[in-house]
Design a protein around this ligand. Structure first.
Ligand code: 0X9
Ligand code: ZN
Length: 338
């Protein structure tokens, strides 16, 4: 499919999603989880009629473009149904899929701030914003920037950028252990891991959080990110793993990575987030999902392992989508359902 040969603008993504919904109104409807800080819809598609709900999204982090495309590829597979298993899935499950969870941030990455990771919500009133070193706006974008150069102490790969927007890192803003954060720099608005002024201060997280609470029987939730090829389960922080880890979450993750490896040999690591990535996270999505009763929440870090990183070439969209479809099917075949 030509759509997956390249990355697309925010506007084209919304047109694509609308077209999917219209083409298959027999199995799909559109919905919005709510509006972003700048008023864009967190647009989604509901597919299927089953009693078991599965919630997926991409692009919580703005620069991780592959995540939106891969989520769209999963939509495409469910809609075209060339896979013999799809008919069964559409009876068993209802899929709630939001390709672009953080539309404002995504638009920023297409307007000259390619490495933007956070949302577009300025955070005045915190220590750094009142600091005179942190003033100014960027073009029409509402997000305010630090003038001082921020030196990340975080052990993640960051390309060299000298201005860090004073926005919220959406995946540190969920209402789970938000206050307990020990992550270096989580309280510094200039940092890439700024957690926001309070839990769910970002509309993007508050809306999806509410959506998860309001949807009954969510048997799985997958938050797609990039990069580093990992299939992560709660928790993101130190301490005992979830009760269901050994008997349920870990085997599901193991099966998913084995299934995807069969396609092109791509190797994913897997396990409890805290023990798999080398840093602790607080206020993250999968931990929140678990806390509101979601059976099998995951965070998936897509291709690659750092060769291209966030700038993954478009010719890897299709292979990444195809291997993820196999992993996703493994999950769907093995979830505990009604
Ligand atoms: O740091 C993050 O938010 C994620 N990595 S990324 O490079 N895509 O930004 C990892 C989140 C891990 N935490 C949990 N799974 N809870
Ligand atoms: Zn991410």
């Amino acid at each position: 499919d030509d759509w997956f040969a390249t990355y697309h603008s925010y506007e084209d993504h919304t047109i694509w999603l609308d077209a999917q919904i219209k083409n298959r109104s027999d199995i799909a409807t559109g919905f919005s989880a709510g509006k972003s800080y700048e008023g864009r819809e967190q647009a989604g598609i509901k597919i299927g009629k089953g009693p078991n709900n599965v919630v997926l999204h991409g692009l919580q982090h703005a620069r991780e473009w592959i995540s939106g495309s891969v989520v769209e590829y999963l939509i495409h597979q469910l809609m075209t149904g060339t896979d013999a298993k799809v008919a069964k899935y559409l009876k068993k499950y209802t899929f709630h899929i939001i390709p672009i969870m953080n539309p404002d941030g995504f638009v920023m990455t297409q307007n000259g701030v390619r490495m933007h990771r956070k949302n577009a919500q300025p955070n005045p009133g915190n220590a750094d914003a009142s600091d005179t070193s942190c003033i100014g706006t960027d073009r029409k974008l509402t997000c305010v920037y630090c003038r001082r150069k921020y030196t990340p102490r975080l052990n993640t790969v960051l390309l060299t950028i000298s201005r860090f927007p004073l926005c919220t890192l959406v995946n540190r803003n969920w209402d789970i252990r938000w206050n307990a954060s020990t992550e270096a720099d989580a309280t510094d608005a200039c940092s890439e891991v700024y957690r926001g002024t309070r839990a769910f201060s970002a509309p993007e997280t508050a809306n999806i959080g509410k959506y998860l609470r309001d949807t009954p029987n969510v048997v799985s939730y997958i938050d797609f990110h990039a990069y580093s090829q990992m299939w992560l389960t709660p928790h993101g922080y130190a301490g005992p793993p979830p009760e269901s880890y050994k008997s349920y979450l870990k085997p599901l993750a193991a099966g998913a990575v084995a299934a995807l490896k069969k396609v092109y040999g791509t190797k994913f690591t897997y396990g409890e987030s805290y023990n798999t990535i080398n840093y602790e996270t607080f206020g993250a999505s999968d931990d929140y999902a678990l806390s509101v009763g979601v059976g099998a929440p995951f965070t998936v870090e897509l291709r690659d392992t750092g060769n291209f990183g966030f700038l993954l070439p478009a010719d890897q969209i299709l292979p990444s989508g195809k291997e993820m479809w196999e992993a996703f099917k493994y999950i769907l075949d093995n979830l505990k359902t009604k």
